[in-house]
Design a protein around this ligand. Structure first.
Ligand code: SF4
Length: 345
């Protein structure tokens, strides 16, 4: 668990305001819109420079769509994404041409699957050099030197730059993906489940590498994961998403000790304990995550929540400030005593 913001800086670098992304559902010959997949709903948060914000939730909760909207891979349905550039917060949806190209240098992504995200017909040299070529940053011998530097930075042997991805293990391929993401010296890196396709034995190595790179290069991370055990040690704060909405946002240590949302409690119950004397009860959520094109009324979690009361299916819970930078959307937040974990910290 990190205890300090890496550069001791409280400057906000990214601010998401009421961001919504719905995908229309078309039917029939005339392709009429008959509904919407509500992938991201009214999401707001900010990220400080040098911070790691973990974003956690089950598959289909909207976290990857959120990342793609921030990177402008998808157009937002509504809302704003503000990013700090040259001391000013700019709305990235207003950027075009060269300004947008400059933004893309600042924001990079590390993909989930190191097997499909690297072109098998290109050498490591070609893969890492590609963004440098596209942005016209270096060429010739200088380009080769820069690729060598990046390989060293991520702990790979420079002599292997002419090999193809299939010559590397999963963990090494993810290091190549990290080197490619860092080639343009970004400030903000979105890590989209960067270790979930890797063996447990190499997950910690890649997370440690990401932490070291953050300290060395002053990076800010949005770290997406589907379970809380992965984000535990790298995050400063954690956002928990359910069915396209944020249900809890809290400093990492506080979340593990003192969860306030029943969904967070269920996710925490699945985190393996490192203390053999600790006995936790695993909470198995009933049913499937509801259809995002037809979410339940009231609290979207009420169909699976073991504490649900009548009000939960009728009224949408408000966003509540629980103090100490802890926010939650639950009608019963101040009445429930939920099971956290303290031994892992
Ligand atoms: Fe559960 Fe009700 Fe809280 Fe929703 S509002 S999480 S259903 S207790």
């Amino acid at each position: 668990m990190k205890t300090d913001m890496t550069d001791g800086n409280d400057t906000v670098i990214l601010e998401i305001k009421n961001l919504t992304k719905h995908f229309p559902i078309y039917r029939g010959f005339l392709r009429r819109i008959v509904g919407n997949v509500q992938a991201v709903n009214n999401v707001s948060f900010s990220v400080k420079s040098g911070e790691t914000l973990g974003i956690v939730g089950e598959s289909g909760c909207g976290k990857t769509t959120l990342a793609r909207v921030i990177l402008r891979a998808y157009e937002a349905t509504s809302g704003e994404v503000l990013y700090r550039q040259n001391g000013e917060m700019i709305n990235i949806f207003s950027l075009k041409g060269q300004e947008l190209k400059k933004l893309r240098r600042d924001m990079q992504i590390i993909f989930q699957d190191p097997f499909s995200s690297l072109n098998p017909r290109k050498t490591v040299m070609e893969i890492i050099a590609e963004p440098l070529r596209i942005h016209g940053i270096s060429r010739g011998q200088e380009l080769k030197l820069r690729v060598g530097e990046l390989l060293e930075l991520v702990g790979l042997n420079v002599k292997h730059m002419n090999r193809y991805p299939n010559a590397f293990s999963g963990g090494q391929r993810q290091r190549i993906g990290i080197a490619r993401a860092l080639a343009l010296r970004p400030k903000l890196v979105i890590c989209d489940e960067p270790v979930s396709a890797l063996d447990v034995s190499v997950q910690a190595q890649v997370i440690n590498l990401l932490e070291d790179l953050q300290n060395e290069l002053g990076l800010t991370y949005l770290f997406i994961a589907h379970d809380l055990s992965v984000v535990e040690h790298i995050s400063d704060r954690i956002v928990v998403m359910y069915l396209g909405s944020i249900v809890e946002m809290v400093p990492a240590q506080e979340l593990y000790k003192n969860p306030k949302h029943p969904y967070t409690e269920a996710l925490l119950s699945a985190v393996p304990s490192i203390d053999p004397n600790t006995h936790k009860t695993r909470i198995i959520l009933p049913g499937e995550i509801p259809n995002p094109s037809d979410p339940p009324p009231g609290c979207k979690f009420h169909t699976r929540c073991r504490y649900a009361r009548e009000i939960c299916s009728k009224e949408t819970p408000k966003w509540r400030d629980m103090g100490n930078d802890h926010y939650v959307a639950c009608h019963l937040a101040d009445q429930l005593t939920l099971q956290g974990i303290t031994n892992n910290l």
